[in-house]
Each structure stands twice: as structure tokens, then as C-alpha cells.
Design a binder for this molecule. Structure first.
Ligand SMILES: [Zn+2]
Length: 203
């Protein structure tokens, strides 16, 4: 088994239209690019503490196109593979559209990404997001929603998942997303899922 190298993608930028909560009655508003970066920053700290190599795919604050992100990711993966590492990619997002709860997307078909997604669901359901619904798609025997529409998933050359961490346009969800407590918890869930994946597949 090879050591693990984690590529963390924080979607969107401060210039991305939409991708924000309504302005709530208390005057606050959540911007997804800021939330995604807040989670990824915490995950980086947690992984470094655990001695797991990781990097940010998008250190910039502005939006980097999906095409550029895929090129970057595959370059990072090739370099890490040359150095003897195996990669996983995790794209961190907040959901919207008036629902509630947590979900994980992977590319279509049975891949090792499905195992990583399952670890996320187990931890979310039993520890970190117990008060929220788990949005599952059981039609193919596992929990994750499979799509090739989100092109970073099928087009990166390593196991890749996209986490949708609650709904920014649903008040209860957004309150947790806005709080330091909620952000710590969501980040810790990512770190724990990665650690469990490492126990199983990496050294
Ligand atoms: Zn997003």
C-alpha cells in the first residue's frame, strides 16, 4: 500500500454569481465560496495533525474554472504518483435548492470512490450530522448519488467525491453552516472519513 495524498477542492469563488444564502432576518448571509474555504482550511489543519499529506486545489479566492481545476488536479495526481503516493480528491460544497441534509456525489459506476462516500455517510449519520437527513440514493446498492454531470468526478485520475454539506438556503442548515461549531464538526467529519479510508487503503 502506498501513502495517501489528499487533494482538497473548495468550489466557487467570491466572484461566482448565485451560490449564496438569502439574507436572513438577522442580516447575515452565507457565501458558498467562503464556507467551502473555511471547511477546507480546517480539514488541512486536521490532516496535517494526523500526518496525512494534503494540498488545496484552489488556493485563490476567485473562481477557477472547472477545466483549469481538472488540469491542475491531474497534474498534482501525476506528480504525487511519481513520488510514490496515491491520491484522493474531495470537493467540498454547500447545497442549495430548498432541501435539507447531507449528501455525497461520486462518478457513475462502482468505484473505490463509493467506499469513501460510504465512510462519509456512516460518520455523518452516527456522529456529526445526526440531526439532519442523509440524502441517499440506494438504487445501485450504495448510498452515494452517482453523476457524471459534475465533471471533476469522472475526469480526475483518482478516487473523487463531492460532499454537499447541508443547504445554505434552509435556515436550520445554514445556521450550522455559519457557526464555528458547525464548521468544526463538518471539517472533523471530513478528517475522520479520510483517516478511516487511509486505514483501509493506504499506509
Ligand atoms: Zn457548490
Amino acid at each position: 500500500m502506498r501513502p495517501l495524498y489528499v487533494i482538497l477542492d473548495n468550489g466557487h469563488g467570491q466572484d461566482t454569481p448565485g451560490k449564496r444564502s438569502p439574507v436572513w432576518p438577522d442580516g447575515t448571509q452565507l457565501f458558498e465560496y467562503e464556507f467551502n474555504r473555511a471547511i477546507v482550511n480546517r480539514v488541512v489543519v486536521g490532516l496535517q495533525k494526523a500526518g496525512i499529506h494534503c494540498t488545496r486545489l484552489v488556493p485563490e479566492q476567485h473562481d477557477v474554472s472547472i477545466t483549469e481545476r481538472i488540469i491542475r488536479a491531474n497534474r498534482m495526481i501525476a506528480a504525487a504518483n511519481r513520488d510514490g503516493y496515491q491520491c484522493i480528491l474531495i470537493s467540498v460544497h454547500g447545497n442549495a435548492g430548498g432541501g435539507t441534509g447531507f449528501e455525497v456525489l461520486t462518478s457513475v459506476g462502482k468505484t473505490i470512490s463509493d467506499d469513501l462516500a460510504e465512510l462519509f455517510y456512516q460518520l455523518a449519520e452516527t456522529v456529526f450530522l445526526k440531526n439532519f437527513p442523509m440524502r441517499r440514493d440506494r438504487s445501485d446498492g450504495d448510498s452515494d448519488k452517482e453523476t457524471d454531470q459534475v465533471s471533476i468526478l469522472p475526469k480526475t485520475n483518482c478516487p473523487a467525491v463531492l460532499t454537499e454539506n447541508l443547504f445554505m438556503d434552509t435556515r436550520k442548515d445554514c445556521q450550522l453552516m455559519q457557526s464555528s461549531f458547525g464548521r468544526d464538526m463538518i471539517a472533523e467529519m471530513h478528517v475522520e472519513a479520510i483517516k478511516k479510508y487511509k486505514e483501509k487503503y493506504a499506509c
